[in-house]
Ligand binder design. Structure first.
Ligand SMILES: [Zn+2]
Length: 110
């Protein structure tokens, strides 16, 4: 992925959220370790991370390929092991996501 010129996924989910996207980087609130880079669609606060919008790192982009929902691990800081979020299914779209724990992460718009 060329970080300067991200190629955003553009699909019905994005269109439903107004058609605009930006990149956001998440860090652990406890130890400041960088957790992931994410394509945020539309405005509004970051409540959950849809698995198909995680851009990096590779281990996390592969979560969307896990067949059994029950096998999707919680999102954990790789350094301090604190839990950042837990797998969920966003029912209105039947879409897999990570529900973020409020206060467990910091974010930076890029
Ligand atoms: Zn941490």
């Amino acid at each position: 992925v060329d970080e300067r010129k991200p190629k955003f996924l553009n699909d019905r989910y994005k269109q439903k959220r107004g058609g605009s996207s930006y990149l956001i980087t998440l860090f652990c609130a406890h130890c400041s370790t960088q957790l992931l880079v994410y394509q945020k669609d539309g405005k509004g606060s970051l409540i959950r991370l849809y698995l198909d919008r995680i851009i990096a790192p590779k281990e996390l982009t592969e979560l969307q390929n896990i067949f059994h929902f029950s096998r999707i691990p919680p999102l954990v800081c790789p350094k301090c092991q604190r839990i950042i979020g837990a797998p969920m299914i966003y029912a209105p779209e039947k879409r897999r996501a990570i529900r973020l724990i409020h206060g467990s992460f910091l974010k930076k718009k890029s």
